[in-house]
Design a protein around this ligand. Structure first.
Ligand code: ADP
Ligand code: MG
Length: 284
């Protein structure tokens, strides 16, 4: 077991996100490879943010084959926080999509099933992931997809509170609304928080088939207003003519703008799109 950060040697940078830097590290004594996520300190310097503590709490709590395993949480001498995780050799879905362009439906079906199983587990524990997108879906050496990055997640207990996440392209219409207007009395944060993860999955699934962020035209670089319009009011989805009938049915179920009518995780798990009997749905 790894007891301190000094046992680890940095080998490379695996990724840089809003939350911090992720290094590929080796544990000298056992000669094993891990990923180490070093959280960025907040503006005040050395203090660990409320959200960082939340991310650590969630990582310690979750244990599922569909979620990237966290082996240990460390506090650094500078007062920061870092997570030692399983190294996912295949990188993120974002990186793989950039190289591959897009995926065949059977592969996407496997990705969707893995994410749904992860969400079923998390939602069962009252955890909203809140940031499902290609860069937070990681792939291991066997081609299995697992979700990572609980940097904006929250555990729903007691009085629900609005998310503190910043505006993102994978956010659901109801969440965009709450970001703009600060929420409304008619919203139940319990329900729409969970439904927001399903929306994000729908965007990812469609992106995997069409090969670009699907709510805006290919190659367009939208400003924030155009993005909000596309999420909240965009009516047409680009659906390849070659798609099977199950594909648009699944995606439209996820991308239903009214979260009350959107498919639930359980309903989508029963959808024919993710219940194909095929052995070739691994990414590699
Ligand atoms: P952030 O909160 O900054 O977005 P993430 O946890 O999403 O941090 O990690 C940022 C990036 O680092 C990911 O998109 C991925 O490319 C890479 N990464 C993160 N964790 C791992 C891991 N366990 N194995 C391999 N690469 C990883
Ligand atoms: Mg991330």
């Amino acid at each position: 077991d790894i007891e301190s950060l000094s046992d680890l040697k940095k080998l490379a940078v695996l990724g840089i996100g809003n939350g911090g830097i992720v290094y590929k590290v080796s544990h000298q004594k056992t000669n094993s490879i891990y990923a180490l996520k070093l959280l960025r300190l907040d503006q005040n310097g050395a203090f660990i943010s409320h959200q960082a503590v939340r991310e650590a709490e969630i990582l310690k709590r979750v244990d599922s084959q569909f979620i990237v395993k966290c082996h240990a949480v460390f506090y650094t001498l500078e007062g920061g926080l870092c997570f030692l995780m399983k190294h996912m050799e295949g990188g993120s879905l974002f990186d793989v999509l950039r190289v591959r362009g897009n995926f065949p439906e059977d592969v996407i079906s496997g990705i969707a099933l893995s994410v749904l199983k992860a969400l079923q587990y998390l939602h069962g524990m009252r955890i909203i992931h809140g940031d499902i997108k290609p860069s937070n879906l990681l792939i291991n050496g066997k081609g299995e997809v697992k979700i990572a990055d609980f940097g904006v997640s929250r555990i729903v207990e007691g009085t629900p509170t609005p998310c503190e996440a910043c505006m993102g392209a994978y956010m659901s219409p109801e969440r965009v609304d709450s970001e703009r207007w600060g929420g409304g009395a008619d919203y139940d944060y319990y329900d729409y928080g969970f439904a927001g993860d399903v929306w994000s999955l729908g965007v990812v699934v469609l992106e995997c088939l069409v090969g670009h962020y699907p709510l805006i035209g290919r190659g367009e670089k939208p400003d924030l207003v155009a993005l909000i319009c596309a999420i909240c009011f965009g009516e047409t989805l680009e659906m390849p003519e070659t798609a099977s009938p199950e594909f648009p049915s699944f995606v439209k179920n996820c991308l239903e703008k009214d979260w009350r009518k959107r498919g639930s995780v359980e309903e989508l798990l029963a959808h024919p799109f993710v219940n194909r009997t095929t052995s070739s749905n691994m990414i590699i």
